[in-house]
Design a protein around this ligand. Structure first.
Ligand code: GTP
Ligand code: MG
Length: 429
C-alpha cells in the first residue's frame, strides 16, 4: 500500500464506519484523462527549493584529526580557513569550547544553510572524563531552543538549529576504541545521529583498516551503542537496497580529507594528498570511503538524518523532558482529528440518544395503555356481575308474581290456611 503523506490532500479521509485506516471501501478508479495530481511531487520540490534547506553537522574528535579539513572537503568550500599553528606558549582553552560556523551554499539553484558545530579541545586534557558533557549540553540546548519555538504563538518561522549528524573522528591507531571514544558515544547516541569515521585513513594500510574497522564495530556492539543506519524501506528497488547496503558495509568510514588539488602521475588533477610513494585521491572509492561518507551525509541520506533527528531523537528527548516536568502526555489530546469522522461520530451519538428516548416513550405509553385496559376490563366485569344480579332478582320476582297469579286464578287463597286460624275477608258464620 502506498505511504500517503499525512495531513495533505493526498491522504484519504477515514470512512465513518471507523475501519482502522479508513481504506476498507476505497476503490481503484481509472482516470479518463489527465487530472494533474501527478505534478504534486514537482510542487513539493518547487516549494522546498524555494524555502531552502537547513542542516547542522557536528564534528567531534581529538585535535588535529582533520575535522576542519574534512568539512571543507565534504562541502567543497573553505568553510574553515587554514589554521596557523599556535605557538607552544600560547594560552589554550581549559574546556571543550563549542564553535559554530554557518554558511549559505548553493548548488544548481538549491540553497543549503549549512552549520558546522566544531568542538575544539575535545580529548585535549589530562582528565578527559567529562569531555562529552559540554557537547551533550550543546545538543540539548539546541533541542530546547527548538521546543521553545514550537511553543510560540507564531510558529511560521521555526529555525531548525538541532544537530542532525555528528561525525565522530576516531584516531587511526589501528588498535581499538579508546575509553574516551566509548564514553562519548555511549552518552550521546540517544541524542544525535552518530556517524563514526576513522580519521586520516591514509596513515593505515588497507589490511590495517579492515581489521581496525572490525574491532571498532565489535566495541560499538559490545557497548550497545546505536550508530546511524540508513533505513531500508519496503518495496525499495534492488538498486537502492544494494546502495544502502554498500554504504552500511563501509561504516566506520575510513576517510582522507584534503582541500588541495594535486597532480597524479598519470596527469590528472585531483583532490588528494601527495606522498613520495604516490597520490591518495579523496574522491576515489578504491583509495578511501570519502565518497560513501558524502553519500551518507549529503547526497542520499541528509533528509533521512533530519527526519530521524526530528521524529526520534528530538521526540524522545522532548517527551522525557515533559515527563520529568510532570506533564504526562494525554494521547487523546494529540490525536489527529478528522472533521468528517468527528461529525459522523457525533451523528451516531445523537441518533443513539434519540433512539433511547423513543424507546422510553414507547414503554411509558404501553404501560399507560395496559393500565387503562385493565381498568376497563375490571369495570366491565363489575357491570356484568351487577347485570347478572339484577337479572336474577327480576327472574325471582317474576317467578313469585306468576305463582301469585296462578293461585288467584285457581281460587285458592293467596296464603294457605293453617289449622283454625282465620283469614282476612273470610268470616265464619
Ligand atoms: N594525513 C592526513 N592528514 C590530514 C588529513 N586531514 C587533515 N590532515 C592534516 O591534519 C592537520 C590538522 O587538520 P585539521 O583539519 O586542522 O584538524 P582538526 O581536527 O580540525 O584540528 P583541530 O581544529 O585542532 O581540532 C592539517 O595539517 C591537515 O592538513 C588526512 O586525511 N590525512
Ligand atoms: Mg579544526
Amino acid at each position: 500500500m502506498a505511504d500517503y503523506e499525512n495531513g495533505d490532500a493526498a491522504s484519504p479521509s477515514p470512512t465513518p464506519n471507523g475501519s482502522a485506516h479508513g481504506f476498507s471501501n476505497i476503490v481503484r478508479k481509472k482516470l479518463m484523462g489527465y487530472v494533474g495530481f501527478a505534478n504534486l511531487p514537482n510542487q513539493v520540490h518547487r516549494k522546498s527549493v524555494k524555502k531552502g534547506f537547513q542542516f547542522t553537522a557536528m564534528v567531534v574528535g581529538e585535535s588535529g584529526l582533520g575535522k576542519s579539513t574534512l568539512i571543507n572537503t565534504l562541502f567543497n568550500t573553505q568553510l574553515y580557513p587554514r589554521k596557523v599553528p599556535l605557538p607552544p606558549s600560547a594560552e589554550r582553552p581549559k574546556t571543550v569550547a563549542i564553535e559554530s560556523i554557518t554558511a549559505d551554499i548553493e548548488e544548481n539553484g538549491v540553497r543549503l544553510r549549512l552549520t558546522v558545530v566544531d568542538t575544539p579541545g575535545f580529548g585535549d586534557f589530562v582528565d578527559n572524563d567529562e569531555s562529552w558533557k559540554p557537547i551533550l549540553e550543546n545538543i540539548e540546548a539546541r533541542f530546547d531552543e527548538y521546543l521553545e519555538q514550537e511553543n510560540r504563538v507564531n510558529r511560521q518561522k521555526i529555525v531548525d538549529n538541532r544537530v542532525h549528524a555528528c561525525l565522530y573522528f576516531i584516531q587511526p591507531t589501528g588498535h581499538s576504541l579508546k575509553q574516551l571514544d566509548i564514553e562519548f558515544m555511549r552518552r550521546l547516541h540517544t541524542k544525535v545521529n552518530l556517524i563514526p569515521v576513522i580519521a586520516k585513513a591514509d596513515t593505515l594500510t588497507d589490511e590495517e583498516i579492515v581489521s581496525f574497522k572490525q574491532r571498532v564495530l565489535s566495541d560499538i556492539a559490545e557497548h550497545n551503542i546505536r550508530i546511524f543506519q540508513a533505513p531500508i524501506y519496503e518495496n525499495e528497488d534492488e538498486e537502492t537496497v544494494a546502495e544502502t547496503e554498500e554504504i552500511a558495509s563501509k561504516i566506520p568510514f575510513a576517510v582522507v580529507g584534503s582541500d588541495q588539488e594535486v597532480d597524479t602521475p598519470d596527469g590528472r588533477t585531483v583532490r588528494g594528498r601527495s606522498y613520495p610513494w604516490g597520490v591518495v585521491e579523496v574522491d576515489n572509492e578504491d583509495h578511501c570511503d570519502f565518497v560513501k561518507l558524502r553519500q551518507m551525509l549529503v547526497r542520499t541520506y541528509m533528509e533521512e538524518l533530519r527526519e530521524h533527528t526530528n521524529l526520534h531523537l528530538y521526540e524522545n528527548w522532548r517527551s522525557e523532558k515533559l515527563h520529568a516536568m510532570g506533564v504526562a502526555q494525554d494521547s487523546s489530546v494529540f490525536k489527529e482529528v478528522n472533521p468528517a469522522a468527528k461529525l459522523a461520530e457525533e451523528r451516531t451519538l445523537h441518533e443513539a440518544k434519540l433512539a433511547k428516548m423513543e424507546a422510553e416513550m414507547r414503554m411509558v405509553f404501553q404501560q399507560k395503555v395496559s393500565e387503562k385496559e385493565a381498568r376497563l376490563k375490571q369495570s366491565e366485569e363489575e357491570l356484568y356481575a351487577r347485570h347478572k344480579e339484577m337479572k336474577e332478582a327480576l327472574e325471582k320476582q317474576r317467578g313469585e308474581l306468576e305463582d301469585k297469579k296462578r293461585r288467584i286464578e285457581s281460587g285458592r287463597p293467596l296464603t294457605p290456611e293453617k289449622g283454625g286460624s282465620r283469614k282476612k275477608g273470610f268470616l265464619r258464620p
